[in-house]
Write a protein of this length. Structure first.
Length: 221
């Protein structure tokens, strides 16, 4: 049985971590970027500077945590879209084409422009030439990739595990590639023309990916 004192320590650590993340999100929104110090963050979270570094090794770690839940809405979209679109009678529900169709709908229905614009502009305001934008986005998408693959396999327990990971990796890594092209074309702003560019890029990604995964499963003996 877990000691009550251990439970309290675990709960306190969780509260401190969430307070730091919430404080960072608020400061990013208020300053329009990373225009705050660790001391500012510690005061806003009502914790010590040491506590901040006990939970996070760097500001990039904190930013990745802040945006992780936002980008993670892709997982929620997948669960919602797949639940709302059951496979047709007689369809192999664990087949690649069905899984790809669910992911296709999830990517199209998830608003990735708003969080990507916020993330990109926030980090760029900190250092125009810093590689942090790509680094943080890669970390955020990598976490989303793992969560998304787990969600697919939970819904399709008979699906080929390697196929699922290859498909999810292709889609999520493709989003990272799209971000670079979208940023170069639009300056990472969130407006209607920018969203139109993003939608066109998503169409191309899913069209190219679909040719490999949405053509049905090979015959089995």
């Amino acid at each position: 049985m877990t000691e009550p004192s251990t439970d309290r320590r675990v709960a306190l650590k969780a509260r401190h971590r969430q307070a730091i993340v919430d404080a960072a999100a608020a400061l990013i929104a208020e300053t329009g970027g990373l225009r705050f110090t660790i001391d500012d963050l510690a005061r806003r979270a009502d914790v010590s500077r040491r506590t901040v570094f006990n939970h996070f090794a760097s500001v990039d770690d904190i930013v990745a945590e802040v945006f992780g839940d936002v980008i993670g809405t892709l997982v929620a979209s997948y669960e919602r879209e797949s639940a709302a679109s059951p496979a047709a009678p007689g369809t192999d529900v664990d087949g690649r084409a069905v899984v790809f169709g669910e992911l296709d709908r999830a990517v199209r229905s998830t608003d990735l422009v708003a969080p990507m614009a916020f993330l990109t502009q926030s980090l760029r305001s900190h250092d125009e030439h810093s590689p942090a934008i790509a680094t943080v986005l890669l970390r955020v998408l990598d976490a989303a990739r793992g969560r998304l693959a787990a969600a697919v396999l939970a819904r399709h327990p008979r699906a080929d595990v390697l196929d699922v990971h290859l498909l999810v990796n292709a889609v999520v890594s493709g989003v990272l590639v799209l971000h670079r092209h979208w940023d170069a074309a639009t300056g990472a702003v969130d407006d209607e023309p920018s969203r139109a560019v993003w939608a066109g890029l998503v169409d191309r990604l899913l069209d190219r990916t679909g040719h490999g995964f949405a053509t049905g499963d090979p015959a089995t003996s």
